[in-house]
Design a binder for this molecule. Structure first.
Ligand code: PLP
Length: 359
């Protein structure tokens, strides 16, 4: 059996050593005679897995003690719907619109609370992270929300907003754990697991404890960040297998040298791919250089009638899921932590060969 290089935006590749270990532990977890999937989430066995995963995540991201880590379900979509329910506190909320995901979070919040869109790059085709100096912020808001990495448009903020008079909230679904992040500068960050953490079904929220006082008692407990935190994310049955696998990914990341090392690798990978795109008239990436994502690299072919052939030949070469999102077309290579540098080399060689044959 050969494994392919899978460029899917999510669910995405997982590190092969993690999959092998999960396979080895599948039938008999640490001599228990059971799979970790089969044990009570409240029993000693699973609690040891859950606590270790949280501890490792805290180390990796350097999460301060005044932050809770919530291991939830429902995806980033549930999270960006719950954030206004929990934290709007009857005030206006501020949003930055830089692509499909922030647009969806704005639509979700608009059903729940007043929303002010204080910056919007749709006018230039979502090709940039708007500089903070251009934002039209409003006073006395409950929070400012942005999407740190727009998975579909391939736009990543090269800066963390500074000097705001309200808590900062970021959707980090597609770039969490790709590099160190100053968690202490955020009120809340969240991410669905299936891009850079583990399998689908788990969603992480890292929230500053003082914000939990804002969560209204009127919403259902299972949607209430404060209640979830008070129950250590075990108000009801959590996604135990996804939590366990995320824990294996965290261990793997620590073995690799942590997030500083991941950032070095991810920068090398992205630079290699962008250089190949920029060095050719055949391929094109529309995003401004300083806002280009390290994780999701969309590109178009000069002749879009070759798109289907590109995808077909790439698949035959073991390079899978390069077709761009249906809303933007073209191609997209998602190159999360689990994508080895050999995958980038294989893609870059394939692209050069395809261009040569098509000339
Ligand atoms: C994938 C993604 C989402 C949606 O995630 P779900 O888990 O499918 O709800 C939201 N935001 C970003 C940035 C994403 O990449």
């Amino acid at each position: 059996m050969t494994r392919v290089f899978n460029f899917s935006a999510g669910p995405a590749m997982l590190p092969e050593p993690v999959l092998s270990r999960a396979r080895d532990e599948m039938l008999d977890w640490h001599g228990s005679g059971m799979s970790i999937m089969e044990v009570s989430h409240r029993g000693k066995l699973f609690l040891s897995v859950a606590e270790k995963a949280e501890q490792d995540l805290r180390e990796l991201l350097n999460i301060p003690d005044n932050y809770e880590v919530l291991f939830m379900q429902g995806g980033a979509t549930l999270l960006f719907s719950l954030i206004p329910m929990n934290l709007a506190a009857g005030k206006v909320t501020q949003y930055i619109q830089t692509g499909s995901w922030s647009k969806k979070s704005i639509a979700a919040a608009s059903k729940i609370c007043p929303v002010e869109v204080v910056a919007d790059s749709s006018g230039t085709g979502y090709d940039r992270a708007p500089a903070q100096a251009t934002w039209d912020t409003v006073p006395d808001s409950s929070y400012l929300h942005y999407c740190m990495n727009e998975t579909i448009h391939g736009v990543e903020f090269p800066f963390v907003p500074k000097g705001l008079d309200c808590p900062l909230i970021a959707d980090c679904s597609s770039n969490i754990l790709s590099r160190p992040m100053p968690v202490n500068e955020f009120g809340l960050i969240y991410a669905g697991a299936q891009k850079n953490i583990g399998p689908a079904g788990l969603t992480l929220a890292i929230v500053r404890k003082d914000l939990l006082d804002l969560c209204p008692d009127s919403i259902p407990d299972v949607l209430n960040f404060s209640k979830l935190a008070a129950s250590d994310s075990m108000l009801n049955t959590p996604p135990t297998y996804s939590w366990y696998l995320a824990g294996l990914v965290f261990e793997w990341l620590k073995e690799q040298g942590g997030l500083e090392e991941m950032e070095r690798r991810n920068r090398r990978k992205a630079q290699r791919l962008y250089a190949a795109i920029d060095g050719s008239d055949f391929y094109h990436n529309p995003v401004q250089h300083d806002s280009r994502s390290l994780m999701n690299v969309p590109f178009t072919l000069a002749d879009s009638s070759l798109d289907a052939e590109f995808v077909r030949q790439a698949e035959a070469a073991g390079l899978i899921s390069l077709k761009g999102h249906r809303s933007v077309g073209g191609m997209r290579a998602s190159i999360y932590n689990a994508m080895p540098e050999a995958g980038i080399e294989a893609l870059v060689s394939f692209m050069a060969e395809f261009e040569r044959k098509s000339a």
